[in-house]
Design a protein around this ligand. Sequence first.
Ligand SMILES: [Fe+2]
Ligand SMILES: [Fe+2]
Length: 461
Amino acid sequence: MVNYELVRNSNWKIKMSASANPKLKVLIVDDESDIREMLSFSVKGAIACDIFTAQNGEEAIKSLKADEIDLIICDYNMPIKNGGDVYKYLLESESNCQYVLCSSEGPEQLPEFSNRSHLIGYLEKPNLIKGLREIIGKFKTTIPGAGEASPSLYIPVPISLLLKLSNIPSDIYIKLTEGRYVKVLNQNQVFDSNDFDKYTKKDVETLYCTSMAVDQVLEKIQAQIIELAKSTSLPVLDMNMKIHGILISTFRVYGLQESFIPFVEAQVKETLKICSKDKIISGLLDKIIKSKDTYIGTHSFMLAAVSVILATKLNWASDGPNTKLVICSLMHDIFLDENATNETKLLCQQMVDDAFKAHPQKAAELVNKITSMPPDTGRIILEQHEIGEEFGIPYGTHINKVSALGSLFSFCHYLVDSILEQHSAGSVNQASLFNKMEEISEKSIQYKKYLNFLKEVQLFN
Ligand SMILES: [Fe+2]
Ligand SMILES: [Fe+2]
């Protein structure tokens, strides 16, 4: 870890003296959700601040434009603009934001950092925590009125991080609606997937430890993340290479805009990392990857791509919905006959048998049994073919009555099947595709909204 002298320019001084509200804004940027959560937890334990997060350089720059961020802790290697692009943006803008680089390479090796006016520190991956504490300590001394995290404060710790620990290194609390904290786990108690399931079912995503215990919890979380990365890196790497190839060939064959590939790839990889920890799911993913040249494979990957692109255009983009959409895309047809052809065409022609009618339920039931799956994934999968009473299955529910993500998913499912149908008949024609989507959108206000966004998003070359 290296500290750099903080350069105070005239704007910086003006801002500090004029600051009536000392609550700082800290932006944490990393394409790995574990690292984002760990760094957020660490910063919260060290300084009174509001935390913002971004999963790539582009999102980080958007956040810097939208908010007056005081400190950015930024990974270097990321899809869609890297940490160097973010630093260049800081230098070119009027921003006073200070920058901490997280990378396996130091700023000496990265040409973007030759001007160090905004760089206050470097954290060498993967050991981020100890260095970060020192940098935050130094940062606090440069900001008059920067608030210490109170020793009696309760610091939020995401339950997804607690799940990584074999046992909990400190007492853990839950926050009650009236603002009181009650202990729910004792030090050294095990927090397992049943506990995770219990809290997610109650929509509790965060428990708390005292600020005194943050360092203890952090050391253990970091050790587990490093260990996990070692044990899963090879198969995940192998899977990532395959995903890269599948996305490139899908986008090229069907004429989709290739500039979306890095974003889609990042979303799929992030989801696979979550899924690879569950043996059943990773086995099924392997099956989908192997069937990449069949209807199920092509259609599942294209559905993942189209649904996250559209969700992002709709401003639903965050880790949660995108992860759910990718999981649902890759899992929704795992029980469909492997020789199946275009599902939407079969449904419209009412040529479906009982096995076909049962495939959404079977996939939804399986996903519901897996405790690490995000909530609602089973429901979205169940709703994949609920496109109205004429040919919707299994219940013929009207498309306006399914969940929001379910209706986006079924819209994208219809779209993807229409692309495949046009392609098999010769070539994909955007105007006639939109006409076809307009017909089905007549029945649904939601679908009309998605169609308008689809027209804006420039999905095709
Ligand atoms: Fe299906
Ligand atoms: Fe499908």
